[in-house]
Write a protein that binds this ligand. Structure first.
Ligand code: AMP
Ligand code: MG
Length: 404
């Protein structure tokens, strides 16, 4: 049985890293993809000194003595709105009416908010002084033209997409999404729209795995149920391997009489690198290669499949796309309750982060074992319990993998 690190190394060694893997796509299609170009700002951001408030653009020296009883009196000379600059100059005792987002006119050094101003005809009475730069976001404080903003390898999150949009990246170079075929093995499986009879269950892994894979940038080409039949399993794997970069199976990798994934892989001539990992849940995780296609044989149980996906398949998918980070973030947190380990295997206990007395703690979920989809729905973290630990007590500091 391999240690998790050794199994992961084998997986990553066999995973090609994106080198010339790139294509240009419209920004709107790039969410979730991995950037394959460095991103530079083409302009200062903001591109002009920008008002942060609705009010009046003024010279702070003109209103330095303004009070509630003795307002400063200025002359309104024009207006600046978002998208519409005031082209004149603000001189002594002059003010320009200004809206949030508008360029601050030349001569003014601050914006006073409308709430402390009264206007009568063009006479502007200001009841509070401003400091220079008050309520102004100066040109270029967010980014300067020509700055390196983001390096190749970043994942295009919604926040990253906003940055790309700001700097004019209508088209963006990203890694090809790995093409992935999902096969759920099991005679007991029925489709989601079917009513399971005795001894049957609905296929749920296809839906979790498709989502996890898409979140890791993959394109799911097809997904289906494969019966526990040797020929059918072999054929399904062979067909999938011809069209996909990655084939991901669930189930059929334990020690039962109908666990046919490994024998099918062997007969197809696939090279099997991993067939058991010292972890709980997820021990029977299989990793193989058939030609250039990576094959993950993930355990059938819904929680095991999720854990194994995140530990092994997700890093591989991200590596294939040239991502700069392949692993989920890990943090230390206080255990909110006792949690049991599974020596000599390393355990990953589904858990959720909770706020207790203003402090983040991690609470192991009550689960009925690795088939418990209902409990796992609550999980946003996994508590890592080392192979030599029987468990942790409430209050102990534990390592946590963040799933979201
Ligand atoms: P196996 O590895 O094929 O022995 O499956 C282990 C357990 O996971 C069994 O209880 C299966 O019924 C269950 N299982 C396998 N595939 C799925 C699936 N696609 N959706 C939900 N449960 C599954
Ligand atoms: Mg099975």
């Amino acid at each position: 049985m391999l240690r998790i690190e050794d199994a992961l190394n084998l997986v990553l060694e066999q995973t090609p890293e994106a080198t010339n893997n790139k294509e240009e796509v419209p920004l709107a299609d790039a969410l979730g993809c991995v950037l394959r170009q460095d991103i530079f700002s083409d302009l200062d951001l903001p591109p002009f000194d920008r008002a942060r408030m609705d009010g009046y653009a003024v010279r702070s020296v003109d209103i330095v003595r303004a009070t509630a009883d003795a307002p400063a009196q200025l002359q309104e000379i024009g207006e600046a709105a978002a998208g519409q600059a005031f082209s004149g100059f603000v001189g002594v005792n002059e003010a320009v009416r200004i809206m949030t987002g508008a360029p601050v006119p030349a001569g003014a050094d601050s914006v006073q908010k409308i709430e402390v101003i009264s206007v009568n005809d063009r006479l502007v009475q200001i009841y509070e002084p401003t400091k220079p730069l008050q309520n102004i976001t100066p040109r270029g404080v967010e980014a300067k033209a020509g700055n390196l903003i983001l390096e190749s390898g970043a994942i295009i999150t919604p926040a990253v997409a906003a940055v790309l949009a700001s700097f004019g990246y209508a088209m963006v170079e990203v890694a090809h999404r790995p093409k992935l075929v999902l096969l759920s093995t099991g005679d007991e499986l029925v489709e989601v729209w079917e009513k399971p009879s005795t001894a049957q269950i609905r296929n749920s892994n296809t839906f979790s795995l498709a989502g996890y894979a898409q979140n890791a940038g993959a394109e799911v080409l097809s997904a289906g149920i494969v019966r526990d039949d040797f020929q059918e399993t072999k054929l399904a794997i062979a067909e999938a391997a011809m069209m996909a970069d990655v084939v991901m199976l669930s189930g059929g990798v334990s020690m039962g009489d109908y666990d046919l994934v490994k024998p099918a892989l062997s007969e197809l001539g696939a090279e099997i690198f991993v067939e058991k990992v010292a972890m709980h849940p997820g021990k029977p995780t299989v990793f193989a290669k058939l030609g250039k296609t990576l094959i993950f044989g993930l355990p059938g149980n819904p929680v095991s499949v999720a854990v194994a996906f995140h530990l092994f398949a997700r890093p591989a998918l991200l590596k294939m796309q040239g991502a700069s980070e392949w692993h989920l973030p890990r943090v230390m947190a206080k255990a909110a309750a006792k949690v049991k380990g599974a020596p000599p295997r390393r355990s990953h206990q589904p858990a959720r982060l909770v706020l207790r007395n203003g402090v983040v703690e991690v609470e192991p979920l009550k689960w009925a074992g690795s088939s418990d989809v209902v409990a796992f729905m609550q999980a946003d973290a996994l508590i890592v319990i080392p192979e030599d630990r029987k468990g942790y007590d409430a209050g102990e500091l534990v390592e946590v993998i963040l799933l979201k």
